[in-house]
Design a protein around this ligand. Structure first.
Ligand code: GLA
Length: 746
């Protein structure tokens, strides 16, 4: 890596080292040949190009880092004007407030959301960061800023993905002063949108059993804060946003700017339209109750904030994100393993697990083609209900007198691998662990310890707790042939004290807890490279791009009603790929709504994600087994398309629509799978015609119904044009009906 360190304003000295395009050939050729990352010494602009996106920012005459452009990829020949700070708006909004910063410290009369706010031991809280140097390597760029007088350095990191143009940003704060400083707020950076007043924000809200609701609202002057103060990602908001223009956009058309934060602790994303109508999006750990003691010589790395742009509507934005998650985020990227069809016993048995019962279920699961058998809660300690046992991770001797081995051997003999449920960060007060280590939980001395689901949160920020958790998990995986852990987390924080850290460092818990959580996952993955892990938090309360770097799949919701799931899964896919979205087929009537749904409907709903079975197989009829076996076989034939392909939400179940249609096109374009659902028909209205997307106009495709009926007269073969412009009619009427069909390119 090559570092250049002239202090602003001596930019002229940079000229020699500027790595610009070899300006040969036509502008088109230049666009092809432009370096991914470049710096223009005339305008002081850094430019990153990737996918169909260009991102540019520069150094203004004050030495501040200022946003220049974020949007559709520009020609390699395009040049930006010199970066100029915005003028003050009277004496009330000084230039520091009106300028669209990439990253700004709180100081000097700044009134918009800062990226960094610190307190020095002498009481000074003013921070003015100025450009110092940059370095670039391949698709990565880093820019160093420093306070005007104090030895606080901030390195802004940028990495652009060549395929999708998604940019990863984070900041590293380096305390080279001679004393500790307290960080009171630290964002990864700020995204600035093109100036405009017609923006609309989309975001995700939810709660237990009702996660992933898509919300929309216009962006007006003022600030919208999406956040979690819960110690974990939470379902109330998910750390994802998308912004487009009101009015002229739909699923497949229009400009969309979107982003997602990779952080599994308390977080915030502030979307602010300032007094000069600039829209800024700033994200990082939540500033509420925050305070990170950064000792002399230490540095603090913020979580990553990922951002992208698409001019193919919100559908294009989510396809970019899905692709990026598969190619750049998930473990084993760019070729993460396809999800096996799993069986999970939770809804069948709850805590009543034992060797004979699990073996019987395993036999039945294997008979329909299940590939992974997962035993859920109840196998350890004195865990007969949710009042006891968490923390005591020994195999319950009454339920499994010979340990887990006989069950695991049985599962293997049936051709499946074995998975196990754990909830490592929690403890029931009624446990040996808590009786021995009551000081291991988050708490404020002398104050009540609020229980939720009869449990307390272990303080993973403590080294001894971290080592205990990492140790028992390592032992479990070493002593047993376990292929998969369902890692659960069934409550949020309360009384987040860490008395042993001392008053000055106590709030470091907000960050150190999460770092230790990540480090345990990373350590287990390194020691047991074949083990896969699911992130579950009573459903979808811990799903974000941070945890997804270390887990292979996620559990979107405890709500397994296949009709409710359509809305839940629809919302989920705005931010996350169906390739990690576990979806179980469970019993009917559903425990959620007492709704009766056919087995086929339940299967089709789940087959839009990573298929699992969570029903009580002891109650199934021979017909159920036969149907399930056939559909599991069908799923395996479309699985790669569903888990890796391009998703089009053709009809969304949003706003109580009775219709829901998804279509997925395989990456190689050879297979196309569509699912259609009807909530309830009325007055003999037929189902709307389904117009497919993303096909090759000129190629020929065969169509075949996977389930349900295509309307009479549907040809067996048609061109891409035919299926996209004429479309497909499915024969759906009644309540809770579903169909699915597959197109195969000839
Ligand atoms: C959480 C999970 C469920 C199940 C239970 C077990 O609620 O989301 O799937 O594992 O815990 O207690």
């Amino acid at each position: 890596m090559h570092w250049i360190e002239p202090l602003f304003p001596r930019f002229a000295t940079l000229a020699a080292s500027i790595l610009l395009v070899a300006a040969a050939g036509s502008p088109g050729a230049q666009a092809q040949r432009r370096d991914t990352v470049s710096f223009d010494s005339a305008s002081h602009v850094f430019r990153l190009d990737g996918g169909d996106t260009t991102y540019a920012f520069g150094v203004n005459e004050n030495g501040e880092m200022q946003s220049v452009y974020w949007g559709k990829r520009l020609s390699g020949a395009d040049r930006f004007a010199a970066v100029k700070a915005s003028p003050a708006a009277a004496a009330f909004d000084l230039s520091v407030t009106t300028t669209p910063h990439e990253f700004v410290g709180w100081g000097g009369g700044l009134f918009v959301e800062p990226d960094l706010k610190v307190t020095f031991p002498d009481g000074n809280r003013d921070l003015k960061l100025r450009y110092l140097s940059y370095a670039k390597e391949g698709r990565a760029l880093s820019v160093v800023m420093k306070d005007i007088s104090r030895e606080v350095f901030v390195t802004l990191h940028y990495e652009i993905d060549q395929e999708t143009g998604i940019l990863r940003r984070w900041a590293d704060i380096d305390n080279r002063t001679n004393d500790s400083i307290v960080i009171e707020q630290a964002a990864a950076g700020t995204w600035n949108l093109p100036r405009g007043t017609d923006y609309r924000l989309r975001y995700l809200t939810g709660r237990w059993a009702a996660e992933w609701n898509l919300q929309e609202q216009p962006i007006r002057p003022g600030k919208i804060v999406l956040e979690s103060r819960r110690g974990t990602t939470g379902a109330q908001n998910n750390p994802w946003f998308a912004i487009d223009h009101e009015g002229d956009n739909d699923q497949e058309h229009g400009d969309v700017w979107f982003g997602a934060l990779g952080w599994s602790g308390s977080w915030q994303i502030a979307i602010e339209q300032d007094q000069l109508q600039q829209v800024r999006v700033t994200g990082g750990p939540n500033a509420f109750d925050f305070g990170y003691l950064l000792r002399k010589g230490e540095h603090f790395e913020t979580p990553s904030f990922y951002g992208g742009y698409s001019d193919h509507g919100i559908g294009g934005a989510s396809r970019e994100l899905h692709r990026f998650e598969i190619d750049s985020i998930l473990p084993h990227h760019p070729t993460p393993k396809l999800r096996p069809v799993l069986y999970n016993s939770w809804e069948a048995t709850e805590f009543n697990v034992d060797e004979a019962g699990q073996m019987a279920l395993a036999e039945k699961a294997a008979s329909i083609g299940v590939e992974r058998f997962v035993m859920d809660d109840g196998w350890f300690g004195q865990r007969n209900n949710d009042h006891a046992g968490l923390g005591d991770w020994y195999v319950n001797p009454q339920k499994f007198p010979h340990g887990l081995k006989p069950l695991i051997d049985k599962v293997h003999s049936l051709g499946m691998d074995f998975g196990l449920w754990v909830e490592p960060e929690m403890v029931n007060p009624d446990s040996d662990l808590y009786r021995k280590h009551p000081d291991w939980v988050l708490n404020f001395p002398g104050r009540p310890r609020t229980e939720a689901r009869n449990q307390l949160v272990l303080n993973l920020a403590r080294q001894d707790v971290r080592d205990y958790v990492a140790g028992f998990l390592d032992k479990l995986l070493t002593e047993n042939d376990i292929a998969f852990l369902k890692w659960d987390y069934n409550r949020n924080w309360s009384e987040p004290g860490w008395p042993a850290a001392g008053k000055d460092a106590e709030k470091n818990v907000y960050v150190d807890f999460i770092r230790n959580f990540y480090s345990i996952l990373a350590e287990l993955r390194a020691k047991h490279p074949n083990v896969e892990i699911e992130s579950c938090s009573g459903g979808g309360s811990r799903i974000d791009l941070g945890v997804m770097r270390l887990t292979d799949e996620v559990w979107p919701s405890d709500n397994t009603d296949a009709s409710d799931r359509l809305l839940i899964q629809n919302g989920f896919t705005y931010a996350y790929t169906p390739g990690v979205m576990m979806a179980w087929v469970t019993d009917s009537p559903t425990w959620v709504n007492q709704r009766s749904l056919s087995l086929e409907y339940r299967f089709l709903s789940s087959m839009q994600g990573s298929l699992g079975i969570g029903a009580n197989l002891n109650k199934w009829t021979p017909e159920d087994f036969a149907k399930a076996k056939a559909l599991v076989t069908e799923y395996k034939a479309i699985r790669e398309t569903i888990q890796r392909g391009d998703l089009y939400r053709l009809m969304t179940p949003e706003s109580n629509s009775p219709y829901s249609v998804t279509e997925t096109v395989a990456r190689d374009g050879r297979q196309v799978v569509a699912f259609a659902f009807l909530h309830s028909s009325a007055e003999l209205y037929p189902y709307p015609r389904i117009l497919l997307h993303g096909l090759d106009e000129n190629a020929m495709y065969n169509v075949k119904a996977l389930a349900g009926r295509l309307s009479d007269g549907t040809p067996l073969q048609g061109s891409g044009s035919y299926w996209m412009h004429h479309g497909v009619d499915v024969d759906l009427r009644g309540d809770f009906q579903a169909a699915a069909f597959v197109l195969t390119r000839q």
